[in-house]
Design a protein around this ligand. Structure first.
Ligand SMILES: [Zn+2]
Length: 156
C-alpha cells in the first residue's frame, strides 16, 4: 500500500522532466480537512567555511550560503486511500500529485507560504494553473495508453 504512491508518482514524473533533479517522494498521510494533498519542502542550506580566514587569521567566517539539497514530500490524504476501486484511486491520487508537482515546478513553494490554504488565497490557483494540471494529467494518460478526458468545468 505504501508503495503505490511511489509507483504512481514515478509515472507522474514522466510529464515533469524538469523535476528529475530533485528528490521527490510521496505517501499517504493525515492531511487537514478539505486538503487532498499537500507538499512539504525541505531545503538544506550549506554554509561554506572560509578556510583561508580560519587557517591564516584564526577567524571562523562563513562565506556563501548555497543550496545543497531540495527534497519535496507530497502528502496524499489518507481519505483517498479509502477509495476502493484501484483505478479510480490511482486517477484521483495522480491528479493530486500533478497539482503539487506543478507547484514545485513553478517554485510556488519558495516564494509563497507553505500552507496550502494560505497559498490558495494568494491567487496561484488561477484558471491557467488548473488548465496546466489538466493538460499534464492528459499527457500522463496518453503515455499510459488511456484516452484523454474531457475538460471539466472548474469552479473558482
Ligand atoms: Zn495547490
Amino acid at each position: 500500500m505504501a508503495d503505490e504512491c511511489s509507483e504512481w508518482l514515478s509515472e507522474c514524473m514522466k510529464v515533469f522532466p524538469k523535476l528529475k533533479k530533485y528528490v521527490i517522494t510521496a505517501g499517504y498521510s493525515r492531511a487537514p480537512q478539505k486538503v487532498l494533498a499537500q507538499v512539504k519542502v525541505r531545503i538544506t542550506r550549506f554554509k561554506d567555511i572560509d578556510v583561508e580566514a580560519l587557517l591564516l587569521r584564526g577567524e571562523s567566517k562563513t562565506k556563501v550560503t548555497r543550496k545543497l539539497d531540495e527534497c519535496y514530500q507530497i502528502e496524499i490524504s489518507n481519505r483517498l486511500r479509502e477509495i476502493e476501486n484501484v483505478e479510480i484511486r490511482k486517477q484521483v491520487v495522480q491528479h493530486s500529485m500533478i497539482h503539487e508537482l506543478l507547484h514545485i515546478e513553478r517554485k510556488d513553494l519558495e516564494t509563497l507560504d507553505k500552507n496550502h490554504r494560505r497559498r490558495r488565497q494568494k491567487k496561484i490557483h488561477v484558471k491557467e494553473f488548473e488548465e496546466e494540471v489538466f493538460q499534464r494529467y492528459n499527457q500522463l494518460r496518453e503515455l499510459s495508453g488511456l484516452p484523454a478526458i474531457q475538460k471539466r468545468k472548474t469552479s473558482t
